[in-house]
Write a protein that binds this ligand. Sequence first.
Ligand SMILES: [Mg+2]
Length: 131
Amino acid sequence: MPIDLDSYGVPLSMQHATLNDLVGAIRVWGVDRGIVANSSSMAQLAKLIEEVGELASGVAKRKPDVIRDSIGDVMVVLVMLASIEGVSVRDCLFAAWTEIRDRKGRMNDEGVFVKEADEASQFDHLPAPKL
Ligand SMILES: [Mg+2]
């Protein structure tokens, strides 16, 4: 039975895919194409830097389509890198969340993240640095 596709050629069954579904589909895609078996972490790291460069360009030029595409590409490469390293993207994110969730700092109105421990700083009498 043929699979119903949308106008982008994407199966209709993936229209409401969760992040978990997409990570799984991307991992299978990477396995099927030999990326997980035959690429390397260093090669994926180089690819990651390339994609981050595209993201930086999109941000600098205020191009929403490039920003969206680049964030997606960065995440695809991270899924490949995690698969090669044998770690779960979910576990990596969970560990990061566990690490940051209790931090009490806030970004101030000058765009500087001030950690709670630094809020009553000995340098408060000095003018804020120009960024
Ligand atoms: Mg790209």
